[in-house]
Design a protein around this ligand. Structure first.
Ligand code: PEP
Ligand code: MN
Length: 251
């Protein structure tokens, strides 16, 4: 075991909050192993027929979970209204999804709505591999006074579908991002959305550690086979804990 290891930030939780029971049950099993819980209330889905998330109803559960487990919860926002609702429910960490980062109009509006707040913002890379768009989004938040920012690497659109992964990690491009980005925002890897299948999550997480990224954002569901979104890539709580202990043994 490496005695000089640096502490990695562990963010874990379901892709989407589906029911109160599913959310509480998942958090109950993982909160001792997570610094921050992730959970989608509103889901920006590619297809109109896909599960859109439970919405505003989940926010009071999130507020309660934060108090009950003394663990912060982060959610995705896509509009200034989401930001307003998050603030109202004492949710202090929000992230910008890959489908929102691509649009400077949305990013600007969300950034403006954060002025004067003390929220932490995570910016996922845009779906397409355009580093300037990713950096530009981060800059918009900086410009509006957001102090705590993290970049989330969730991989890039796999156009030719030749890779085994759902989204391409482009590790070399990530190095360019670090060089190009003037902000020094910590980078967290989201192995779940890169992998697309639970069997590849560990190897991506390991690669993130080898590339000295600051932590992991992992999708964990109490019963993945019944999940309403991203069911193939979500780990169950036991698989999640096993993954962490394997990584902790090695790094
Ligand atoms: C998610 O985190 O569940 C999600 C939808 O991610 P992305 O925006 O990276 O596709
Ligand atoms: Mn997801």
């Amino acid at each position: 075991m490496n005695k000089n290891k640096t502490k990695k930030l562990i963010i874990a939780g379901p892709c989407a909050i589906e029911t109160k029971t599913q959310f509480y049950n998942t958090v109950d099993q993982i909160h001792h192993h997570s610094d921050i819980i992730r959970a989608g209330a509103w889901k920006a889905r590619t297809c109109a027929e896909s599960y859109p998330g439970i919405g505003t109803k989940a926010l009071s559960w999130i507020q309660d979970v934060q108090e009950k487990y003394q663990t912060p919860v982060a959610i995705e926002v896509g509009t200034p209204n989401h930001v307003e609702l998050a603030i109202k429910h004492n949710i202090n960490i929000i992230w910008i999804g890959a489908r929102t980062t691509v649009n400077p109009f949305y990013v600007e509006e969300i950034a403006r709505s954060l002025e004067g707040s003390n929220l932490e913002v995570w910016v996922k890379n845009p779906i397409i591999a355009d580093l300037k768009l990713w950096i530009g989004a981060i800059e918009r938040f900086k410009k509006r006074g957001v102090k705590k920012i993290k970049a989330i690497h969730r991989g890039f659109f796999n156009e030719k579908k030749k890779s085994i992964y759902r989204n391409l990690p482009y590790w070399k491009l990530l190095k360019d991002f670090i060089k190009l980005s003037p902000h020094n925002s910590p980078i967290i890897c989201d192995p779940s959305h890169i992998a697309g299948q639970k069997k590849y999550v560990y190897e991506i997480a390991e690669k993130a550690y080898k590339n000295h990224l600051g932590g992991l954002m992992l999708e964990v569901h109490c019963n993945p086979s019944q999940a309403l979104s991203d069911k193939k890539q979500q780990l169950n709580p036991e698989e999640f804990k096993r993954l962490l202990s394997r990584l902790n043994e090695k790094y």
